[in-house]
Structures are given as structure tokens and as C-alpha cells.
Design a protein around this ligand. Structure first.
Ligand code: 23J
Ligand code: MN
Length: 260
């Protein structure tokens, strides 16, 4: 019999394994993606009080929520994109739950992103990363650290007249990650694609290539600066929305703590 789960419980209790929250607070002020005006738009988070220990409910408080599947820290399912529309089990309620816990690696693009808001992750950068850390493991999450989550207010979307400017991956980077057989790709920005990703070929390459291959996305992550480049475990469990294309969720990472 395996004692790994008993050991894990002890490791969590002692702090040998630490739990990191990679989630932003759902807040009406947190920005959502803004698409060109001819397209439908993503709803911000809204919370309406139903009762607060008053005549509407004397002993209880609760809220009705309004949000998009892609509001705040969220998960992208394959059917989110046209390339993944026919992927089997491609909606959030259909995805095999074993995909919701697994290994994660982090590629640090924070220096480049600080200098250039249009910084791009290339295949070349990933190959350099692999020289130091070994191959990107099959079936792992790959997170692009940019420290973008530390930006406040209008600096987060970083809108200009020609659209948003934020870092993201080039098509060749996503193609290389697909060769490695990754599970999904996550970012600190409002999408898995660069702000200017609509002008890449194909447009929105992370969405198009990942979801076409049945892979997943995570957006609006934070605290990636607290993760090791390899050796952590990610928990990302979207809501079970029937036919859902994505879902806000709590994203956690298990990392080696002090004394580990
Ligand atoms: C709809 C259209 C374009 C994009 C997105 C959504 C996202 O980034 C998203 O939240 O998945 S780029
Ligand atoms: Mn999304």
C-alpha cells in the first residue's frame, strides 16, 4: 500500500509543503479583457445583496453574482476557441478531473516584460530554459511569469489606441510546448495571448493552437514569483458549468516550504 497520501498530509501540516494562492480576488474593479467594439464584451464581476440578516432574511446573508466565464483568474477549456470546438470532452463539465491536479513549471519572463510590454516568449527562450532545468515535462502546466499581476488599474490592460499591450507567447513557443505534450499554459495577463496577439499568425496563437490540441489555459494568475521553476504541483478545478467554455476558479500551488 502506498503511504504517499499520509506523508503528504504530514508534509502539509508541518509546513514542509507550502500552499500558495495564485488567485486574484473577485472584485468589480478587477479589469476584464476589452475586445474591439464590434464584438460582444466580457462582464465584470458584480455582487448583489439578497439579504443581510434583515427583513429579506433575518438570520442569513447572501449574494447573487454576475460574471463571465472568463472574468478574473480563470480556466479556458478547449471549446472556448473555434479550433477546439469539436475536441471530445472539451467543456469544463466534461474534462477528466485528473487534469485538475498535476505538475507545473514556471518560465521567468519578468525581466524582459519589465523592459518591453510587448515582450514575447519564443521557442528559443524555452530551449534556453530547458538547458538549465531539463525538458518541459509531458502533461505539465507551463506558466509564463511576467510579474504583470503586480500592475494596478489601467496599467494592467495597458490599452493604447492600437489595442492592448501586454506580454505573451509566439506561435513557435506554443508549438514547442505542444511537442513536449504539455497539459496547459497559464499567464498573469488578461489572456493566454499577448495584448497584440490578434496580429500574430495565426491570430491569438495560444488560444488557437492550445485549444485545437485539446489543451487548457489559465489567465490572470498572480504570485508566480513565489514558485520554483520546477517541482511544484498545481491545483486548478473549474466550476462544473454544463457546456462551459471556461470558469473562474481558485488556483493553488504546492511548493517545498522551509525545511523541505
Ligand atoms: C475572447 C476573445 C479573445 C480572447 C479571449 C476571449 C481571452 O483572452 C480569454 O479570456 O480567453 S484573447
Ligand atoms: Mn479565458
Amino acid at each position: 500500500m502506498s503511504e504517499i497520501l499520509t506523508q503528504m498530509a504530514a508534509s502539509l501540516a508541518s509546513g514542509e509543503t507550502k500552499v500558495i494562492d495564485l488567485t486574484h480576488t473577485l472584485d468589480p474593479d478587477f479589469p476584464v479583457i476589452i475586445l474591439p467594439p464590434e464584438f460582444g464584451q466580457c462582464a465584470r464581476f458584480r455582487m448583489e445583496e439578497v439579504s443581510a440578516y434583515d427583513h429579506r432574511g433575518p438570520a442569513w446573508k447572501w449574494h447573487n453574482l454576475t460574471l463571465n466565464e472568463h472574468t478574473g483568474t480563470h480556466f479556458d477549456a478547449p471549446i472556448h476557441w473555434i479550433s477546439g470546438r469539436d475536441v471530445p470532452n472539451g467543456a469544463v463539465d466534461e474534462i477528466d478531473v485528473k487534469n485538475f491536479i498535476g505538475p507545473v513549471v514556471v518560465i521567468d519572463c519578468s525581466e524582459g516584460s519589465a523592459k518591453d510590454p510587448d515582450f514575447v516568449l519564443t521557442a528559443e527562450i524555452i530551449l534556453e530554459w530547458e538547458k538549465e532545468h531539463g525538458p518541459v515535462p509531458a502533461d505539465s502546466w507551463v506558466l509564463m511569469r511576467t510579474d504583470w499581476s503586480k500592475r494596478k488599474g489601467i496599467d494592467y490592460l495597458n490599452m493604447a489606441e492600437d489595442g492592448p499591450h501586454s506580454p505573451g507567447p509566439m506561435p513557435d513557443a506554443i508549438e514547442l510546448l505542444l511537442e513536449r505534450g504539455i497539459r496547459g499554459f497559464g499567464t498573469e495577463t488578461v489572456g493566454t495571448d499577448a495584448g497584440q496577439g490578434t496580429h500574430f499568425s495565426p491570430p491569438y496563437p495560444a488560444h488557437f493552437l492550445l485549444h485545437g490540441a485539446g489543451k487548457f489555459g489559465l489567465q490572470c494568475l498572480c504570485n508566480l514569483d513565489l514558485l520554483p521553476p520546477t517541482g511544484a504541483i498545481l491545483l486548478a478545478t473549474p466550476l462544473k458549468i454544463k457546456g462551459g467554455t471556461g470558469s473562474p476558479l481558485r488556483v493553488l500551488a504546492l511548493i517545498p516550504g522551509e525545511g523541505a
